[in-house]
Each structure stands twice: as C-alpha cells, then as structure tokens.
Design a protein around this ligand. Structure first.
Ligand SMILES: *Cc1c(COP(=O)(O)O)cnc(C)c1O
Length: 349
C-alpha cells in the first residue's frame, strides 16, 4: 500500500525511527504526456500534475515533512503566511495530527477554493491588510519570538519534502529530463526540484541533470528584474510575490543548471491555462506559467538544437482551486427552456 512520500523516499529525507509520520498519502502524482504540446514544440512534453495531491497542490509534499518534524519536536502550534495553497495544506495536515494552525493571508487576494480549505480544516485564518510579503514578515517575527513552528518554505523540511517531485519524475522517465519548467513565486519549489535532481544523480539513480526553466508573472518578477517588487500584481495569485524567500537558491538553480528564469504576461498565462484545459488538464493559473514559458521560448527558437529532448512542466495546483477565474475566462452556460428543439438548435444538430 502506498503510504506517502516520506515512506517512499525515506533514505533521501531527514527522518528517523522516532519521527511520527504525518501523511495524507501525498505524492505519486501522474506524469502526463502532452501530445498537443509535444507536436507543437517538437520535443516530448510531460505535465507533472501536482493538482492531484490530497489538498490539490504540491505544497503537501513539503507539509508532510514540516508537520512530521514539528510533531517530532513536540510543537503544538504551527503558523504560515500564504497566497492560499500553503494554508490549505498546513490546515489539513495540522488537522490530521491535532496541531493548532494559524495562517495569515493577504486580504482579498486569495482564491476561493484555498480559503474554503483552510476554513473547513479549522485553521485560524487571519486576513491582513497587506500583501503576501507583509504576511510572511509578520510570521517570521512571531515564530522567532514565540513557541510556534513556521511552516513556510523557509522551513528547510518543506524543501526536503518537495524534492520528491523530482525523484518521481526520474523514476517515471527512468532518467532525468533535459529541461524542467516550473512557476516561481517564493522560489522554494525550484530550489527543491534542483536539490532533488542533484541528490538523485549523486545517489546514482540518474546520470544527468536538467536545465531549470523558471517562470515568474510579468507583474511579479523580482528575480527577472533583479529588484524587490513592492506591489506585485498578477492574475496568478499563487506567484504574486515581490520578495521571494528563496531568491538566492533560485539563482543558484538557474546558474548551476545553465537554465533561465524569465517572466510571462498574464495574457500568456491565461492562454496556456485555457490550452491545458482544452486538452483535459485543469490546473490553476500559476501552474500554466511554465507552459506559457516554454511556448514563448519555442517561438524564439530556444529549443531548436535539442531534438528528442524531454521537458517536464510542474503543474503546481488544481484548477478547481480558483473557480472564479475559470468562469471569468469562459463565460456562463446558456439557459434554454426544457425543450428538445431548442437544445438541438443550440447544439447545431
Ligand atoms: C506555492 C505555489 C507556487 C509557487 O511556488 P514557490 O515554491 O513559492 O515558488 C506556484 N504555484 C502554485 C499553485 C503554488 O501553490
């Protein structure tokens, strides 16, 4: 029976016999071959569909580690700042093992599904008048001074757990891909994947490393601009971050892998979001950023010397997290009378 990422990849993770494993059986998510993207780009494109984790995002991989280690330490309360998915995940894992969970979210800028998750799992949810970066600063200060565990990706155990996404991809492909494309917000996940690919190669599981291709939203692109963005803006709220906590390690992942970190516009993000949905894969807007990114780089000829190469895109969160944005971009259903003739006319038969 599958028991989650800690049991599966125990030898790569900082756990011991005394660590109480708190799991919702996260991980083991599908790697979907995208025929349509592969045909257009001329390489093999795979989608690592992290929306199928227990709370609907990759955050669960890090949270099973962070919460297990908090339990091991005897913590009673955890806290995080969140654009939404971290709080949903923290709330669920805390609920499972009886920890108190406090989350700070930016007022008015959190997707409906994520807010619903944090609330239904009984987290103490506090919306602050400020953005994510303000919320994270508050959480850092509070958790330094009081006996509360921080479970943002500044918590090194989060990054450790998130490495397992890279392990699963290598296990599925029986090799590392040539490219790995990923959205960049607080930059914990690009850091984690790079660490994971390196650890797997060091252990002899793979022979090569991918180039890391990170994509920020144009209105929230501090790493691309090389300066803090005071008022980050983007429709992709999960990456609406102006001062990433893992900035330095994201640059290291980019440079050591000879990859890149660039920005894509909200228009490009929405177009990629709708395109993924049109091939049956519903991911949230932030998750579409890497797809928008590789399409942009394909148009610029970036991949032309890499025939036969594989690109894996991490689709970080489920589309159902943010139903409002879906409806806003596709409109409402038509309403007709309960009449066969009217229906057939509408369908065009
Ligand atoms: C958290 C999150 C991101 C950004 O990940 P970082 O590790 O902060 O760079 C991207 N997409 C989704 C759906 C997320 O929840």
């Amino acid at each position: 029976m599958y028991k989650g990422i800690i049991e599966r990849y125990r030898q790569f993770l900082p756990v011991n016999d005394k660590t109480p494993i708190v799991t919702l059986c996260e991980g083991n998510t599908p790697l979907i071959f995208s025929e349509s993207l592969s045909n257009e780009i001329g390489l093999k494109i795979y989608l690592k569909y992290e929306g199928l984790n227990p709370t609907g995002s990759f955050k669960d991989r890090g949270m099973t580690m962070a919460i297990s280690k908090a339990k091991e330490k005897g913590a009673t309360t955890i806290m995080c700042a969140s654009t939404g998915n971290t709080s949903a995940s923290a709330a669920a894992y805390a609920a499972q093992c009886g920890l108190k969970c406090v989350v700070l979210i930016p007022d008015g800028n959190i997707a409906l599904g994520k807010l619903a998750q944090a609330m239904i799992h009984n987290a103490k949810v506090i919306a602050i008048r400020g953005n994510f970066d303000d919320a994270l600063n508050l959480v850092k200060t509070i958790t330094e001074k009081y006996p509360i565990e921080l479970v943002n990706s500044l918590n090194p155990f989060r990054i450790e757990g998130q490495k397992t996404g890279a392990f699963e991809i290598c296990d599925s492909l029986k090799a590392a891909p040539e490219f790995h494309a990923i959205p960049v917000g607080n930059a914990g996940n690009i850091t984690a994947y790079w660490k994971g690919y390196q650890a797997y190669r060091a252990a002899g599981q793979t022979k090569t490393l991918p180039k890391m291709l990170g994509f920020q939203a144009a209105g929230s692109a501090p790493i691309v601009l090389n300066r803090i963005v005071e008022k980050p803006e983007t429709i992709a709220t999960a990456i609406r971050i102006g001062n990433p906590a893992s900035w330095k390690s994201a640059l290291a992942a980019r440079d050591e892998s000879q990859g890149l970190i660039d920005a894509v516009t909200d228009e490009e993000i929405i177009s990629a979001y709708k395109r993924l949905a049109a091939e049956g894969v519903f991911a949230e807007p932030a998750s579409a950023a890497p797809v928008a990114g590789i399409l942009k780089y394909h148009r610029q000829g970036y991949f032309k010397d890499f025939k036969g190469a594989r690109i894996v895109c991490t689709l970080t969160g489920h589309g159902l997290k943010d139903p409002n944005i879906a409806i806003k971009n596709v409109g409402q259903p038509v309403t007709l009378n309960a009449d066969i003739a009217e229906i057939l006319q509408e369908v065009g038969i």
